[in-house]
Design a protein around this ligand. Structure first.
Ligand SMILES: Cc1cc2nc3c(=O)[nH]c(=O)nc-3n(C[C@H](O)[C@H](O)[C@H](O)COP(=O)(O)OP(=O)(O)OC[C@H]3O[C@@H](n4cnc5c(N)ncnc54)[C@H](O)[C@@H]3O)c2cc1C
Length: 488
């Protein structure tokens, strides 16, 4: 039985481990933290439950496909609710609820811009076609060659790789609010909509077409489910086991890993699901494929300032499960994330109250609040800065709800750049990997297979296909496929 060591236990690692175990490999996972799940960790305090990372469950088909590959069903592991409205966008003068049907969303669009409802339907038709092409064809390719992108369907859509999502949206909608609403989904890919190829409007189908779901008990239920699938397949999971080195023989083949406690684990193949940059630092210099200068020139997805807040009362009805506060100038904020890294003057932010729809997330009569401000990776992170932004955030929330919330805060915990680095060995504290820009798409991303070390592979949000939980599941499947091919 060939042995595989998997570094890290994020979604991509869990996915790779399960597919490899299913194919008959002897698989061991080595995770530095004391729990599995990577950036999808759970924090519990005084009866409150918080997902520390991802909170949007999009593309349920990808999760269903993953479990089906193992003869299992998503519903075996957790109950899913489709949220209606899925979320709302709070603008300066109104809020825009995104309902669970295209008809409902089209009505809201019409109220903002005449004739935009019909245009939205046409736009979503195109987005749905792109989704079919992207998910059924392109995304399942390993990013080895540019030819992978050329299919009969993409050949007639070359313009969509040259134009940006912003161009596509602007062509169809005049209202700045509707434009922001339609540009929001691609923020999950880590770059500005003007730098993201128009083809990626398939994210609008993921959003309006497939909907926003909530796994009862929170996103960590997905991790628990994948851990169960892994254990059922015989994967050995070692937590609190930070990897110190990827060992390489003089013939340029990996022989396994060494842990920080000095023990060595031999393996025929090593797959690292830790951040790609960090994974390469586990190798001697001669075996690294990408230089520091390479990494410093990439566009990374933002880092984030996060707050986990326990409120001792239920909050205003005006706040939904997911709320995007787009009531400030996004262009100025985006400039501080991507072009001129600095703390934003007036940030937009995301507020998540899972207990608004799922009573299991907070004690009765109380509310769990999770807040996220996207920021540039690598910027200064101090307690004073965190306190300053928390105060501003609560003031804006109080103004929106017309309610004094500060006296009702039981506790606040925060997480920012320094924590991302310490907890996950994240490059510059990025929250969700390497952005999917035109120059960082598919075969232009860091490779799944090392060019310098035989039998060494990488998976996760810095390689193909990119950031997000569904792509992480696919990334693990792709890397397992590559190993199965060479091993057979
Ligand atoms: C705040 C936040 C919000 C997000 N929101 C969403 C969302 O709503 N929806 C969505 O789909 N996606 C979201 N994402 C993105 C999504 O969570 C990630 O893209 C995905 O979880 C990444 O999985 P991964 O396996 O690539 O990496 P990770 O989850 O980072 O896993 C890597 C693992 O490697 C471990 N590791 C690192 N170094 C070592 C070492 N030396 N030895 C052993 N182990 C090591 C780390 O501890 C970690 O467990 C969000 C991310 C964040 C941070």
């Amino acid at each position: 039985m060939k042995k595989v060591v998997v570094i890290g236990s994020g979604f991509s690692s869990l996915s790779a481990a399960t597919y490899l175990a299913q194919a008959g490999f002897d698989v061991g996972i080595y995770e530095k933290n004391d729990t599995v799940g990577g950036r999808c960790r759970q924090f519990t305090k005084d009866g409150f439950t918080f997902d520390m990372g991802p909170s949007w469950y999009w593309m349920p088909d990808i999760f269903d496909d993953y479990f089906a590959d193992f003869g299992r069903k998503t519903s075996e592991f957790y109950a899913l609710d489709r949220l209606d409205p899925g979320y709302q966008i709070v603008f300066e003068d109104r809020s825009l609820p995104i309902g669970a049907s295209v008809e409902a969303i089209a009505r809201e669009f019409e109220a903002i811009e005449p004739n935009s409802g019909g245009k939205l339907k046409a736009f979503l038709k195109k987005a749905a076609t792109n989704y079919e092409i992207a998910i059924k064809k392109i995304v399942l390719r390993p990013g080895k060659s540019p030819l992978e992108l050329i299919t009969p369907e993409t050949a007639v859509r070359v313009g969509q790789f040259i134009q940006s999502v912003s161009d596509e949206v602007k062509k169809n909608f005049k209202s700045p609010q509707l434009r922001s609403a339609l540009e929001f989904p691609v923020l999950f890919l880590g770059a500005k909509p003007e730098n993201t190829p128009a083809f990626y409007i398939f994210m609008n189908h993921a959003d309006y077409g497939l909907g926003t779901w909530h796994p009862k008990g929170g996103m960590y239920e997905i991790v628990k489910a994948m851990k169960k699938v892994a254990e059922d397949l015989g994967v050995c999971i070692h937590t609190s086991s930070p990897v110190a080195k990827i060992n390489v023989s003089p013939s340029g083949k990996t022989t396994g890993i060494s842990l920080h406690d000095g023990s060595a684990i031999e393996a025929d193949y090593v797959v690292s699901g830790a951040d790609y940059h960090h994974s390469e630092t586990l190798l001697d210099q001669a075996y690294r494929q990408y230089s520091e200068s390479y990494w410093s020139k990439r566009t990374f997805a933002p880092s984030s300032l996060l707050f986990y807040v326990g409120f001792n009362k239920k909050l205003d009805q005006k706040l939904l499960h997911h709320n995007l506060f787009f009531d400030t100038d996004f262009k100025a904020h985006a400039k501080n994330i991507y072009d001129d890294p600095a703390w934003p003057e007036d940030p937009l932010f995301y507020a998540n109250f899972p207990s608004a729809t799922d009573p299991s997330m907070a004690p009765e009569g109380k509310e769990a609040g999770f807040f996220l401000i996207p920021i540039a990776p690598g910027i200064e992170d101090t307690q004073a800065l965190r306190d300053h932004y928390f105060k501003r955030l609560i003031e804006r929330l109080e103004a929106y709800t017309n309610d004094a919330l500060e006296p009702h805060i039981e506790f606040v915990e925060s997480f920012c750049v320094n924590d991302f680095i310490e907890a996950y060995n994240s490059y510059k504290g990025n929250a969700y990997g390497l952005a999917n820009t035109l120059r960082q798409t598919a075969f232009l991303r860091p490779k799944l297979q090392s060019k310098k070390v035989k039998n060494l592979y990488f998976t996760g949000q810095l390689t193909v296909p990119g950031p997000g939980v569904p792509p992480a599941l696919i990334s693990g499947k792709l890397v397992a496929q590559l190993i199965k091919e060479v091993a057979s």
